[in-house]
Write a new protein. Structure first.
Length: 180
């Protein structure tokens, strides 16, 4: 698996960064069973090493998400983070302020199943999860020229993964509360 991850890691950045960047990577979770956490961390480590686009800092220290400590990073990445792990009001305020002030945020796998008791987090992640299970689905590439999807080409493809299905009645999040 390590070789496959290494072979798949990009060797150069899509865009050359103007300055060195620091990426905080956390993999906190309330549940067990996400054996892919080390795979995601390795991919992020190799991406940073090979591309020079960022230096990853791997830590689950919640104090790093509090203001002003979070400002030491250019972005925060949630690797398989799931469950109600950000309950401390200082952590929540730190993350929201960081993003409001231009800090980057991202995540993959299970992140929409994290902090379902915090509507603003669902908005940051682009949604919240309901039922999920492994299945094959057809993936459609809407913009083959985007740097995010260019490697897939223009044609759609089948992919087996653990897809999350958003509940039919999504929670309403007031944008003004987060971005005011």
């Amino acid at each position: 698996m390590r070789k496959q991850i290494d072979d798949g890691a990009p060797r150069k950045p899509i865009i050359q960064p103007k300055k060195p960047r620091k990426l905080l990577v956390t993999d906190l979770q309330m549940y067990s069973g996400h054996a892919t956490i080390p795979h995601g961390n390795l991919m992020l480590e190799l991406m940073g090493k090979y591309t020079g686009a960022f230096t990853p800092v791997f830590s689950n220290d919640l104090d790093l998400l509090k203001y002003p400590k979070i400002k030491e990073f250019d972005a925060v990445y949630f690797n398989n983070v799931c469950g109600m792990v950000h309950n401390d009001p200082e952590v929540r305020d730190g993350i929201l302020r960081f993003v409001r002030e231009g800090g980057g945020i991202g995540g993959h796998h299970a992140v929409t199943f994290a902090d379902n008791n915090w509507p603003e987090f669902a908005e940051l992640m682009g949604g919240w999860a309901g039922a999920h299970h492994t299945e094959m689905q057809a993936i459609k590439v809407d913009d083959p020229d985007s740097p995010l999807t260019r490697s897939f080409g223009a044609a759609g493809f089948l992919h087996t993964d653990e897809f999350y299905h958003s509940p039919s009645t999504p929670r309403t999040v007031a944008r003004s509360s987060m971005f005011s």
